[in-house]
Design a protein around this ligand. Sequence first.
Ligand code: UN1
Length: 524
Amino acid sequence: LSTRASTILQALDIPTSNEIPGVYDGTWKGEGELFESLCPTTGEVLARVRSASPQELQLALEKSKEAYKFIRSVPAPRRGELVRQIREALAAKRDELGALVSLEMGKIRTEGVGEVQEFIDIVRYTHADYAVGLSRIMNGRVVASERPGHSILEVPNPLGVVAVLSAFNFPVAVYGWNLALSLAAGNATLWKPAPSTPLCSIAVIKIIASVLEKNGIPGAVAGLVTGGKDIGQAVVQSQDVDMVSFTGSEAVGRDVGKVVQSRFGKVLLELGGNNASIVMPDADLSLAVPAVFFGAVGTAGQRCTSTRRLYLHRSIAPTFLSKLQSLYSSLQPGDPLESATLLGPLHNRAAVGIYSNAVDRLRRAGAEILIGGSQYGSEDLKDTLTGGNFVRPTIAVPSKVDVTDAIWREETFAPILTVGVFDELEEAIGWNNGVPQGLSSSLWTKDLRNVGKWIGPAGSDTGIVNVNVGTSGAEIGAAFGGNKSTGWGRESGGDAWKQYVRWSACTINFSDEAPLAQGVNFST
Ligand code: UN1
């Protein structure tokens, strides 16, 4: 193992031995398939992780159920105190965890640290502690009854076992959003991370497990099963799992949704984004250009919220594109762990293939490639990086906008920005809404009338609707998620916690009469 890698692993107590156990249900184990964690920057094998065997998964599910029975009776503010301690333990390791995210996922260091900060934030929101505070205000309601001497309560109770199936691109934060709310709400949470980022999940679970242990709470309150498709499918099918929170592709999400629905479980889906930025003639380009640059190129285009479509008003299109191109030309691929790097690698080899196919498809459709359009060759890369998955961020201008065409409709998880030119805002809003996905969108304007249109009923139909703010980089305070094929689920802030509980409507009769609702008379 290189010193670059071993220093980071050691700082997080991850063994640098041959095989690492990738299952935690109160104790660490792993007898299943062996998974390699590969460094996207160098191609180095970082670790071999033993995933869950089918028996270990069953046991982990049973332990999660038992752990739920324990944690549901711990008063919510006490659970909030656990969440607070988890926040402190995470904050103490923030930079080390951030470095591990960069090492294993490939995003640049400030974004790796930023993602851990996002986990800390969901626990600790601005000045108050978000999930900690939530643990005291996950309130039900008292509803007026139409019957004398009766009251109706709407009561939120813990749900059960929440399984979190997370993607490689946010290997820490997305779990954090779910865990914080799920634990505050009184559930046991079982995490099945992406098979290619096991080390991030092992490091996070170690930190959480030490807090739970100190407080005498069963470890399976925050369990971990690493593994591949088989393990994921078994988790999704299991009757022991009351809610599945899945982040990933539309194709897999569609199956997950069906399977969970067929057994009447709850599902929270966070699927594809195919996010657009719209730039009006009155926009402040000194803000809009760098924001689009970050949205399209940041995380090498591997956020659900990355900017993939750019709609420019005809009057500013040439100026905008030349400014954007000059930012693109300043980019140098580099080691995401080095502080000057803005462009890291794609996460794996498969993503490079997907990038190349998408660029070919654009070329075949007659699009002009303004910049980029190919992988970096070894001559462009430092010797240590030639094993990495580096591609050139690309700007493509098809001859026209046609949102029924795959080049506009499909999400490509890579730094490719597709550009169209419009004359009227309504036309651009139509394009924004004309694709299957509905995660994020952003409008650049100073005109209040445009803002009104954009956020109103005939405006953007995405879950995140920004103004003079890019499509990516949402804060945790607002509910995160999208509409349409993005899956309608909401995580993180806002009212997202309401999905992690089961609601009961309890009608209570305090009187000496037993009247029926709607005045129904059933007397003999
Ligand atoms: C994701 O890509 O799945 O809004 C999550 C953002 C981040 C989260 C992205 N806060 O870009």
